[in-house]
Design a protein around this ligand. Structure first.
Ligand SMILES: *[C@@H]1O[C@H](CO)[C@@H](O)[C@H](O)[C@H]1NC(C)=O
Ligand SMILES: *[C@@H]1O[C@H](CO)[C@@H](O)[C@H](O)[C@H]1NC(C)=O
Ligand SMILES: *[C@@H]1O[C@H](CO)[C@@H](O)[C@H](O)[C@H]1NC(C)=O
Ligand SMILES: *[C@@H]1O[C@H](CO)[C@@H](O)[C@H](O)[C@H]1NC(C)=O
Ligand SMILES: *[C@@H]1O[C@H](CO)[C@@H](O)[C@H](O)[C@H]1NC(C)=O
Ligand SMILES: *[C@@H]1O[C@H](CO)[C@@H](O)[C@H](O)[C@H]1NC(C)=O
Ligand SMILES: *[C@@H]1O[C@H](CO)[C@@H](O)[C@H](O)[C@H]1NC(C)=O
Length: 310
């Protein structure tokens, strides 16, 4: 299936702090994309378990949408959505899958992409980013009765559809029904456009997560489920994980982990951290108030007998 362009491996040192922070505490939402046209979402080497897509990364991932010929884009915005909704709601109601249309379209579209975790901050600026990325005719609608929808397809259209809110405090059944209703709206509109021979791309996301979702392993199961393919990551190492009890609280991943001391001494910790795991993480801390990753190395290079990075 279609995925992302591999990006150049980021220099690790400058992103270390960011990675640790994002992997831990950033609110994130899923972003689902599909298009009636083939585009360039290729297998991606840089999306790792636990990775939360930043605003800047998202702008890169969205580029194929702007470069294809028919530039109609529909943005379906829900108030809340989390990856857990897909796994939990789809499983707990048996054959009544509330995301039926969305999942079918992800699978049948010529190109699609599932980003299980995107920084909410990126969603906040998504609309203004989209607006500046094309000479769109913007239509904003909360009226979900599309029988009257007129699109002038001689120009690129950006159609923003505010889906009905999933009122918090609803019980699971009503949330499921509200999601199923939104799913029908998405299905109706996109089917209608397709029948009229109009090409378009779709972004389906939400402003906020609907539940606290810290379990990044669930996130990645979802990506596999939705995309129905599993791409083993060949270009990098399994993440170093800090687990207390059954809960993984830190996942640390990199394709290269090295630093320079005293201006010239290169200390390459990649192997020690990810291959031989010749690293002591026992001084790390995972609690509600303090999450600290401590990496202790013995004799990382000649002349340095011990090194702790935290
Ligand atoms: C939707 O539009 C159709 C045609 O204009 C109209 O008959 C119908 O009552 C509308 N439905 C709602 C819910 O507004
Ligand atoms: C964490 O590490 C343990 C032991 O090394 C491994 O079995 C487990 O699969 C790892 N979990 C993740 C999410 O990488
Ligand atoms: C960890 O998982 C095992 C098996 O799933 C379970 O029996 C145990 O209660 C769990 N421990 C904690 C602290 O959640
Ligand atoms: C990591 O990057 C440094 C500096 O670019 C390089 O010298 C080193 O060989 C790399 N290590 C690995 C394991 O790729
Ligand atoms: C650090 O670099 C300076 C100048 O390059 C050198 O004189 C000094 O010996 C180095 N110190 C260590 C501990 O390697
Ligand atoms: C890391 O390990 C690989 C294989 O074990 C080895 O070929 C490579 O030279 C090592 N790299 C460094 C920088 O130690
Ligand atoms: C967090 O935990 C680390 C490791 O145990 C400790 O060194 C540090 O002082 C703690 N920080 C705070 C703010 O409690």
């Amino acid at each position: 299936m279609r995925q992302l362009n591999p990006a150049a491996p980021a220099p690790l040192l400058c992103t270390l702090a960011v990675l640790l922070r994002t992997a831990l505490s950033v609110d994130h939402v899923p972003v689902l994309l599909w298009s009636t046209q083939r585009s360039q979402w290729n297998p991606d080497a840089t999306l790792h378990e636990g990775h939360i897509v930043s605003a800047q990364e998202l702008t890169v991932l969205l580029q194929p949408i702007f470069t294809q010929n028919s530039r109609n884009l529909i943005l379906f915005l829900q108030d809340t959505l989390s990856v857990d909704d897909f796994t939990y709601l789809s499983e707990s109601y048996g054959n009544k899958n509330p995301f039926q249309n969305v999942q079918e379209m992800l699978q049948s579209s010529p190109s699609s992409l599932v980003l299980p975790a995107v920084d909410c901050e990126a969603i906040r600026y998504l609309l203004s980013f989209l607006q500046t990325s094309g000479d769109w005719k913007l239509t904003h609608t909360t009226n979900l009765n599309f029988s009257q929808l007129e699109l002038d397809t001689s120009k690129p259209n950006l159609l923003v559809v505010q889906l009905q809110p999933l009122v918090s405090g609803l019980n699971e059944i009503s949330i499921q029904e509200a999601i199923a209703e939104n799913d029908k709206i998405i299905g109706r509109l996109t089917m209608d456009l397709q029948e009229r021979g109009i090409h378009f791309s779709v972004i389906y996301t939400a402003a906020r997560p609907s539940r606290i979702s810290r379990r990044t392993d669930v996130v990645w199961e979802l990506r596999r489920q939705l995309m129905a393919t599993e791409d083993e990551d060949s270009s990098s190492y399994a993440p170093l994980n800090m687990t207390t009890g059954n809960e993984t609280c830190i996942l640390f991943y990199a394709s290269n982990f090295s630093l320079t001391a005293n201006g010239s001494v290169l200390i390459d910790l990649t192997n020690a951290t990810f291959v031989t795991q010749n690293v002591d993480i026992s001084s790390s801390e995972c609690s509600d108030v303090n999450t600290t990753l401590s990496l202790k190395y013995t004799n990382p290079v000649n002349g340095i007998s011990s090194l702790e990075i935290r």
